[in-house]
Ligand binder design. Sequence first.
Ligand code: ZN
Length: 398
Amino acid sequence: MTFSLPTLDENLHAELIEFRRELHRYPEVSGEEVETANRIQDALKKHGIPFQTGFAKTGILGIIKGNKEGPTVALRADIDALPITEQTNLPFASEVEGKMHACGHDVHTTMLLGAGIVLNQMKSDLAGTILLVFQPAEENAPVGGAQPMMDDGVFAEYKPDVIFGQHVWPDLPVGQIGVRSKEMMGATDRFKIVINGSGGHASMPHQTNDAIIAANHVVTMLQTIVSRNTNPIDAAVVTVGKIEGGYRYNVIADKVTLEGSVRTYTQQTKEIVKQRFHQIVENTAIAMGATAEIEYIDGYEATINNPEWAELVKMTAQEILGSELATPKVDPSLGGEDFSRFLKNYPGAFFWLGTAIDGREIQKPLHDPYFECNEKAIPIGVHMLSNVTLQALQRLSL
Ligand code: ZN
């Protein structure tokens, strides 16, 4: 399959690649994006784009005001890295041990900057305001960076009529955009259970209350939530990912710890899972004569697009990439994303930008120490953000 890929002005292209590689070399994890924020501010200053700071500590709001009054379109990029040691041999691989841009947020930041530069050059012809939201701490669930930015008043002065977010996607080739009219990403909750029994000698079970047996029943019973309690049409996952307990072969365990994750799309299904989860864990432990302590952490909500704005993204992608093949049908992902917090407050859409590495049969996934992002996608991402903005300004002015 071949696509006619859009290009950028040569100087801007070179600047963006250099900017991206610099971010990639010096990743900063959630809440610590100080140098990253400085680099963004320097670039905005250089291009004469006004900005405000002080949102969620390191967050930045770039503001492009058109020549005439009009609607407000916000674009968001997350800027944080992950606590992972990079294993790629890229010439611009991370120079910070234990930190890596393994989710492509360096590329998101670069493309938002690029779109900002392009749109700023057009501002005398524009009616409306464009907000460039550089958001920290996306990887820091459940707190994240989106809600703290809103709490700090990022949209106090300018209220978006629509907001868009873009994420690199290694499962799609360069030249394709993934977008769905509703569910894009899942709600991600997390739990920890401590089962307390009483221990003793392996030969005298009658004097004990075996926490391992109780934990086994809890794990088994939890499997009935998705098979018996949730609507089979609505996706849900309950995973126990970690189990820890016991001392040695001839001792009955007094305590077992379980940790895991709950993934859903709809609020209704999430509530059903959460409620059944508590009932099952508490009552199974009681039935086994043990007790359970539950820590259930509500994570990011599901990322649900507005159909009309998803459609605008889709149409824009087909126009830029010159083919209907540019927007294949994609399944939603149960990964988490705190762009959902923006979408809870403002209409908009989140979409995926194909960044697969050419000629590689199996792509390294996001959050992998070998993850790589195809830089050929950067001009596409810049065009997507800027053209989606122009289309949205036009649509909102009708
Ligand atoms: Zn990410």
